[in-house]
Design a protein around this ligand. Structure first.
Ligand SMILES: *Cc1c(COP(=O)(O)O)cnc(C)c1O
Length: 357
Protein backbone atom coordinates (compact mmCIF):
# COMPACT_ATOMS: atom_id res chain seq x y z
CA UNK A 1 0.00 0.00 0.00
CA UNK A 2 1.37 3.38 -0.98
CA UNK A 3 1.71 6.04 1.73
CA UNK A 4 0.38 9.40 0.58
CA UNK A 5 2.35 12.38 1.87
CA UNK A 6 0.97 15.87 2.34
CA UNK A 7 3.63 18.16 3.77
CA UNK A 8 3.00 21.41 5.57
CA UNK A 9 4.22 24.55 3.83
CA UNK A 10 7.58 25.75 5.21
CA UNK A 11 6.11 29.03 6.55
CA UNK A 12 3.45 27.27 8.62
CA UNK A 13 5.93 25.01 10.41
CA UNK A 14 5.89 25.37 14.18
CA UNK A 15 8.71 27.01 16.04
CA UNK A 16 10.93 24.30 17.40
CA UNK A 17 12.07 24.46 21.03
CA UNK A 18 15.51 26.05 21.21
CA UNK A 19 16.66 24.01 24.18
CA UNK A 20 15.69 20.35 23.96
CA UNK A 21 17.22 19.73 27.39
CA UNK A 22 14.39 21.72 28.95
CA UNK A 23 11.35 20.20 27.23
CA UNK A 24 8.88 18.70 29.72
CA UNK A 25 7.96 15.13 28.73
CA UNK A 26 5.09 14.86 26.27
CA UNK A 27 4.27 18.56 25.83
CA UNK A 28 5.67 19.37 22.37
CA UNK A 29 4.52 17.75 19.12
CA UNK A 30 6.01 17.88 15.65
CA UNK A 31 4.55 19.20 12.35
CA UNK A 32 3.29 15.93 10.86
CA UNK A 33 1.51 12.72 11.82
CA UNK A 34 0.92 9.32 10.23
CA UNK A 35 -2.68 8.10 9.92
CA UNK A 36 -4.77 5.35 8.41
CA UNK A 37 -8.42 4.37 8.65
CA UNK A 38 -10.15 1.04 9.05
CA UNK A 39 -13.60 0.32 7.69
CA UNK A 40 -15.28 -2.40 5.66
CA UNK A 41 -12.88 -4.94 7.14
CA UNK A 42 -9.62 -3.34 5.91
CA UNK A 43 -7.13 -0.59 6.58
CA UNK A 44 -6.91 2.07 3.91
CA UNK A 45 -5.49 5.46 3.01
CA UNK A 46 -2.20 5.33 4.92
CA UNK A 47 -0.90 8.90 4.86
CA UNK A 48 1.35 11.47 6.41
CA UNK A 49 -0.34 14.82 6.88
CA UNK A 50 0.10 18.01 8.91
CA UNK A 51 -0.35 17.51 12.68
CA UNK A 52 -3.87 18.64 13.48
CA UNK A 53 -6.84 17.99 15.77
CA UNK A 54 -8.96 14.94 14.95
CA UNK A 55 -12.59 15.15 13.89
CA UNK A 56 -14.51 12.57 15.89
CA UNK A 57 -18.22 11.96 16.17
CA UNK A 58 -19.24 12.50 19.82
CA UNK A 59 -20.67 8.98 19.69
CA UNK A 60 -17.30 7.52 18.60
CA UNK A 61 -17.03 4.29 20.55
CA UNK A 62 -13.60 5.00 22.05
CA UNK A 63 -15.09 8.00 23.87
CA UNK A 64 -17.63 5.79 25.63
CA UNK A 65 -16.20 2.32 25.93
CA UNK A 66 -12.44 3.01 25.89
CA UNK A 67 -11.73 0.72 22.97
CA UNK A 68 -8.30 2.21 22.44
CA UNK A 69 -4.70 1.07 22.68
CA UNK A 70 -1.30 2.64 22.21
CA UNK A 71 2.44 2.06 22.17
CA UNK A 72 5.41 4.02 23.44
CA UNK A 73 8.81 4.00 21.80
CA UNK A 74 11.77 6.30 21.30
CA UNK A 75 14.07 7.23 18.43
CA UNK A 76 17.43 8.88 18.86
CA UNK A 77 19.23 11.05 16.36
CA UNK A 78 22.97 11.22 16.43
CA UNK A 79 24.65 12.86 13.47
CA UNK A 80 23.29 11.46 10.22
CA UNK A 81 21.49 8.51 11.75
CA UNK A 82 18.21 7.85 13.51
CA UNK A 83 18.20 4.86 15.84
CA UNK A 84 15.14 2.88 16.87
CA UNK A 85 15.20 0.32 19.70
CA UNK A 86 13.46 -3.01 18.94
CA UNK A 87 10.64 -1.37 16.96
CA UNK A 88 9.24 -4.70 15.72
CA UNK A 89 8.61 -5.68 19.33
CA UNK A 90 6.42 -2.59 19.73
CA UNK A 91 4.52 -3.50 16.55
CA UNK A 92 3.95 -7.05 17.75
CA UNK A 93 2.81 -5.81 21.16
CA UNK A 94 0.42 -3.38 19.48
CA UNK A 95 -1.11 -6.32 17.67
CA UNK A 96 -1.42 -8.37 20.83
CA UNK A 97 -3.10 -5.41 22.57
CA UNK A 98 -5.41 -5.13 19.53
CA UNK A 99 -6.32 -8.82 19.78
CA UNK A 100 -7.21 -8.48 23.48
CA UNK A 101 -9.41 -5.43 22.81
CA UNK A 102 -11.14 -7.10 19.84
CA UNK A 103 -9.56 -4.59 17.45
CA UNK A 104 -8.14 -5.26 13.97
CA UNK A 105 -4.49 -6.11 13.42
CA UNK A 106 -2.20 -3.61 11.77
CA UNK A 107 0.26 -4.55 9.06
CA UNK A 108 3.45 -4.27 11.08
CA UNK A 109 5.63 -3.67 8.03
CA UNK A 110 3.37 -0.93 6.68
CA UNK A 111 3.22 0.90 10.00
CA UNK A 112 6.97 0.67 10.42
CA UNK A 113 7.39 2.07 6.92
CA UNK A 114 4.99 4.92 7.79
CA UNK A 115 7.01 5.60 10.94
CA UNK A 116 10.26 5.56 8.96
CA UNK A 117 8.94 8.12 6.47
CA UNK A 118 7.50 10.27 9.27
CA UNK A 119 10.80 10.29 11.16
CA UNK A 120 12.68 11.30 8.03
CA UNK A 121 10.27 14.16 7.35
CA UNK A 122 10.61 15.28 10.99
CA UNK A 123 14.34 14.60 11.32
CA UNK A 124 15.12 18.19 12.31
CA UNK A 125 12.73 17.80 15.23
CA UNK A 126 14.77 14.99 16.74
CA UNK A 127 17.12 16.54 19.29
CA UNK A 128 20.70 15.34 19.36
CA UNK A 129 21.96 16.23 22.84
CA UNK A 130 22.84 13.51 25.31
CA UNK A 131 19.71 12.19 27.00
CA UNK A 132 17.31 13.61 24.42
CA UNK A 133 15.16 11.64 21.98
CA UNK A 134 11.91 11.72 20.11
CA UNK A 135 9.08 9.88 21.82
CA UNK A 136 6.79 7.99 19.44
CA UNK A 137 3.14 7.37 20.26
CA UNK A 138 1.32 4.93 17.93
CA UNK A 139 -2.39 4.91 18.86
CA UNK A 140 -5.50 3.01 17.71
CA UNK A 141 -9.03 4.14 18.56
CA UNK A 142 -12.56 2.93 17.81
CA UNK A 143 -14.28 5.64 15.77
CA UNK A 144 -17.61 4.14 14.75
CA UNK A 145 -20.42 6.40 16.00
CA UNK A 146 -22.57 3.99 17.96
CA UNK A 147 -23.86 3.60 21.47
CA UNK A 148 -24.05 -0.04 22.40
CA UNK A 149 -21.33 -2.24 23.76
CA UNK A 150 -19.73 -4.31 21.02
CA UNK A 151 -16.52 -4.09 19.03
CA UNK A 152 -16.39 -1.08 16.67
CA UNK A 153 -16.40 -1.58 12.91
CA UNK A 154 -14.33 1.54 12.24
CA UNK A 155 -10.95 2.61 13.61
CA UNK A 156 -8.34 5.27 13.28
CA UNK A 157 -4.66 4.48 13.68
CA UNK A 158 -2.16 7.30 14.03
CA UNK A 159 1.38 8.06 15.11
CA UNK A 160 2.45 11.33 16.69
CA UNK A 161 5.97 12.39 17.66
CA UNK A 162 7.13 14.37 20.66
CA UNK A 163 10.71 15.56 21.23
CA UNK A 164 11.78 14.89 24.81
CA UNK A 165 14.58 16.09 27.06
CA UNK A 166 16.38 13.85 29.55
CA UNK A 167 13.99 12.16 31.98
CA UNK A 168 16.34 12.87 34.87
CA UNK A 169 17.46 16.47 34.69
CA UNK A 170 20.20 16.41 37.35
CA UNK A 171 21.45 12.86 37.12
CA UNK A 172 19.58 9.93 38.56
CA UNK A 173 17.05 10.72 41.24
CA UNK A 174 15.72 7.69 43.06
CA UNK A 175 11.95 7.95 43.47
CA UNK A 176 9.71 7.37 46.48
CA UNK A 177 6.94 4.94 45.77
CA UNK A 178 3.73 4.18 47.55
CA UNK A 179 2.54 0.59 47.85
CA UNK A 180 -1.15 0.48 47.06
CA UNK A 181 -3.14 -2.20 48.84
CA UNK A 182 -6.41 -0.37 48.32
CA UNK A 183 -6.54 -0.11 44.52
CA UNK A 184 -5.40 -2.60 41.89
CA UNK A 185 -4.21 -2.02 38.33
CA UNK A 186 -5.17 -5.30 36.71
CA UNK A 187 -6.81 -8.58 37.59
CA UNK A 188 -6.36 -12.07 36.13
CA UNK A 189 -8.36 -12.37 32.93
CA UNK A 190 -8.44 -8.59 32.50
CA UNK A 191 -6.49 -6.30 30.18
CA UNK A 192 -3.37 -5.69 32.28
CA UNK A 193 -1.06 -7.21 29.67
CA UNK A 194 -2.37 -4.86 26.95
CA UNK A 195 -1.43 -1.19 26.55
CA UNK A 196 -5.13 -0.41 26.79
CA UNK A 197 -6.24 3.15 27.50
CA UNK A 198 -8.61 2.21 30.32
CA UNK A 199 -5.75 0.77 32.39
CA UNK A 200 -4.29 4.23 32.81
CA UNK A 201 -7.61 5.84 33.70
CA UNK A 202 -8.07 3.16 36.34
CA UNK A 203 -4.70 4.04 37.90
CA UNK A 204 -5.18 7.80 38.26
CA UNK A 205 -6.78 7.97 41.67
CA UNK A 206 -4.07 5.82 43.24
CA UNK A 207 -1.39 7.99 41.60
CA UNK A 208 -3.11 11.13 42.89
CA UNK A 209 -3.19 9.78 46.42
CA UNK A 210 0.46 8.75 46.14
CA UNK A 211 1.40 12.29 44.96
CA UNK A 212 -0.52 13.87 47.82
CA UNK A 213 1.55 11.95 50.33
CA UNK A 214 4.88 12.93 48.73
CA UNK A 215 5.44 9.92 46.49
CA UNK A 216 6.00 9.95 42.77
CA UNK A 217 4.68 6.51 41.86
CA UNK A 218 2.49 3.63 42.92
CA UNK A 219 3.78 0.13 43.46
CA UNK A 220 0.95 -2.15 42.37
CA UNK A 221 0.22 -5.42 44.13
CA UNK A 222 -1.67 -8.37 42.68
CA UNK A 223 -5.46 -8.16 42.73
CA UNK A 224 -6.17 -11.45 44.49
CA UNK A 225 -3.81 -11.58 47.46
CA UNK A 226 -2.86 -7.88 47.54
CA UNK A 227 0.55 -9.21 48.32
CA UNK A 228 2.74 -9.87 45.29
CA UNK A 229 4.54 -7.09 43.41
CA UNK A 230 3.24 -6.38 39.93
CA UNK A 231 4.49 -3.08 38.48
CA UNK A 232 5.84 0.30 39.55
CA UNK A 233 3.52 2.86 38.00
CA UNK A 234 3.83 2.37 34.25
CA UNK A 235 7.09 0.52 34.58
CA UNK A 236 8.06 -3.07 35.19
CA UNK A 237 9.71 -3.59 38.54
CA UNK A 238 12.97 -5.31 39.54
CA UNK A 239 14.29 -6.19 42.99
CA UNK A 240 17.99 -6.94 43.50
CA UNK A 241 18.58 -9.28 46.44
CA UNK A 242 21.94 -10.67 47.58
CA UNK A 243 21.84 -13.69 45.26
CA UNK A 244 19.28 -12.87 42.61
CA UNK A 245 17.61 -10.24 40.54
CA UNK A 246 13.86 -10.77 40.75
CA UNK A 247 11.06 -9.51 38.52
CA UNK A 248 7.43 -10.64 38.60
CA UNK A 249 6.49 -13.23 35.96
CA UNK A 250 4.31 -12.39 32.94
CA UNK A 251 1.14 -14.10 34.05
CA UNK A 252 -1.28 -11.83 32.19
CA UNK A 253 -1.70 -8.94 34.61
CA UNK A 254 1.66 -7.33 33.79
CA UNK A 255 2.65 -5.40 30.70
CA UNK A 256 5.41 -7.32 28.91
CA UNK A 257 7.94 -4.48 28.78
CA UNK A 258 10.57 -4.43 26.07
CA UNK A 259 13.01 -2.82 28.50
CA UNK A 260 12.10 -5.54 31.02
CA UNK A 261 13.22 -8.13 28.50
CA UNK A 262 16.42 -6.17 27.70
CA UNK A 263 17.25 -5.83 31.43
CA UNK A 264 16.81 -9.59 31.95
CA UNK A 265 19.12 -10.34 29.01
CA UNK A 266 21.84 -7.87 30.04
CA UNK A 267 21.80 -8.87 33.72
CA UNK A 268 22.14 -12.55 32.76
CA UNK A 269 25.06 -11.69 30.47
CA UNK A 270 26.69 -9.86 33.36
CA UNK A 271 26.48 -12.95 35.54
CA UNK A 272 23.42 -12.17 37.65
CA UNK A 273 20.93 -14.90 38.43
CA UNK A 274 17.65 -13.50 37.16
CA UNK A 275 14.43 -15.06 38.39
CA UNK A 276 11.00 -14.28 37.04
CA UNK A 277 9.09 -15.20 40.14
CA UNK A 278 6.46 -13.86 42.46
CA UNK A 279 7.87 -11.70 45.22
CA UNK A 280 5.69 -10.54 48.08
CA UNK A 281 5.74 -7.11 49.65
CA UNK A 282 6.45 -8.86 52.98
CA UNK A 283 9.61 -10.39 51.53
CA UNK A 284 10.68 -7.00 50.14
CA UNK A 285 10.20 -5.32 53.52
CA UNK A 286 11.85 -8.08 55.48
CA UNK A 287 14.88 -7.92 53.18
CA UNK A 288 14.93 -4.13 53.33
CA UNK A 289 15.14 -4.40 57.13
CA UNK A 290 17.89 -7.02 57.17
CA UNK A 291 19.94 -5.22 54.52
CA UNK A 292 19.46 -8.00 51.97
CA UNK A 293 17.54 -5.76 49.59
CA UNK A 294 20.28 -4.11 47.59
CA UNK A 295 18.39 -2.26 44.86
CA UNK A 296 14.99 -1.76 43.41
CA UNK A 297 14.19 -0.09 40.10
CA UNK A 298 11.58 0.29 37.40
CA UNK A 299 12.14 -0.21 33.66
CA UNK A 300 10.26 1.42 30.80
CA UNK A 301 10.80 3.40 27.62
CA UNK A 302 10.21 6.87 29.12
CA UNK A 303 12.76 6.73 31.96
CA UNK A 304 14.67 3.62 30.76
CA UNK A 305 15.70 2.78 34.37
CA UNK A 306 14.16 4.53 37.35
CA UNK A 307 15.83 3.73 40.68
CA UNK A 308 13.54 3.40 43.69
CA UNK A 309 14.96 4.92 46.87
CA UNK A 310 12.05 4.57 49.28
CA UNK A 311 8.87 2.56 49.55
CA UNK A 312 5.96 3.31 51.84
CA UNK A 313 3.69 0.45 52.90
CA UNK A 314 0.90 0.78 55.46
CA UNK A 315 2.19 4.14 56.71
CA UNK A 316 5.76 2.97 57.22
CA UNK A 317 8.63 4.06 55.00
CA UNK A 318 11.63 1.96 54.14
CA UNK A 319 14.76 3.13 52.42
CA UNK A 320 16.44 0.98 49.81
CA UNK A 321 20.17 1.07 49.32
CA UNK A 322 20.36 4.15 51.55
CA UNK A 323 17.97 5.97 49.20
CA UNK A 324 20.73 6.19 46.58
CA UNK A 325 21.07 4.84 43.07
CA UNK A 326 22.69 1.42 43.16
CA UNK A 327 25.47 0.24 40.86
CA UNK A 328 23.31 -2.20 38.87
CA UNK A 329 20.65 0.47 38.18
CA UNK A 330 23.35 2.87 37.04
CA UNK A 331 25.11 0.28 34.88
CA UNK A 332 21.87 -0.78 33.19
CA UNK A 333 20.90 2.81 32.52
CA UNK A 334 24.31 3.66 31.06
CA UNK A 335 24.45 0.52 28.94
CA UNK A 336 20.90 0.74 27.59
CA UNK A 337 21.07 4.44 26.76
CA UNK A 338 24.47 4.01 25.10
CA UNK A 339 23.12 1.16 22.93
CA UNK A 340 19.91 3.07 22.13
CA UNK A 341 21.65 6.17 20.85
CA UNK A 342 24.22 4.27 18.83
CA UNK A 343 27.18 5.10 21.09
CA UNK A 344 27.81 1.51 21.95
CA UNK A 345 27.93 -1.47 19.59
CA UNK A 346 24.63 -3.34 19.46
CA UNK A 347 25.47 -7.00 19.91
CA UNK A 348 21.85 -8.11 20.37
CA UNK A 349 20.26 -7.03 17.09
CA UNK A 350 18.14 -4.50 18.99
CA UNK A 351 18.85 -1.41 16.90
CA UNK A 352 17.30 -0.40 13.60
CA UNK A 353 19.22 2.46 12.14
CA UNK A 354 17.85 4.87 9.51
CA UNK A 355 20.26 7.04 7.57
CA UNK A 356 18.94 10.62 7.38
CA UNK A 357 20.28 11.44 3.96
C1 LIG B 1 4.58 0.65 28.57
C2 LIG B 1 4.53 0.04 29.93
C3 LIG B 1 5.63 -0.61 30.51
C4 LIG B 1 7.01 -0.60 29.91
O1 LIG B 1 7.12 -1.16 28.66
P1 LIG B 1 8.42 -0.87 27.77
O2 LIG B 1 8.19 -1.63 26.54
O3 LIG B 1 9.59 -1.36 28.54
O4 LIG B 1 8.47 0.61 27.57
C5 LIG B 1 5.45 -1.25 31.74
N1 LIG B 1 4.26 -1.21 32.37
C6 LIG B 1 3.19 -0.59 31.85
C7 LIG B 1 1.92 -0.60 32.60
C8 LIG B 1 3.30 0.07 30.63
O5 LIG B 1 2.25 0.73 30.13
Amino acid sequence: MKIRVEQISPESRKKRPTDAMKIAFGTVFTDHMFLMNYSGGAWHDPRIQPYQPLMLDPAAMVLHYAQGIFEGMKAYRRGDNIYLFRPMDNMRRLNSSAARLAMPRIDEGLVLEGLRQLLLIEKDWIPQERGTAIYIRPTMIATEPKLGVRSSEEYLFYIILSPVGPYFKEGFEPVRIYVSDKYVRAAPGGVGAAKAMGNYAASLLAIQEAFQSGHSQVLWLDAIHRKYLEEAGTMNVFVLLKNELVTPPLTGTILPGILRDAVIQLAREWGYTVNERQISIDEVIEKAETGDLLEMFGSGTAAIISPIGHITYRDKSYSIGGGKTGPLSKRLFDELTAIQCGEKKDTHGWIVSLPCS
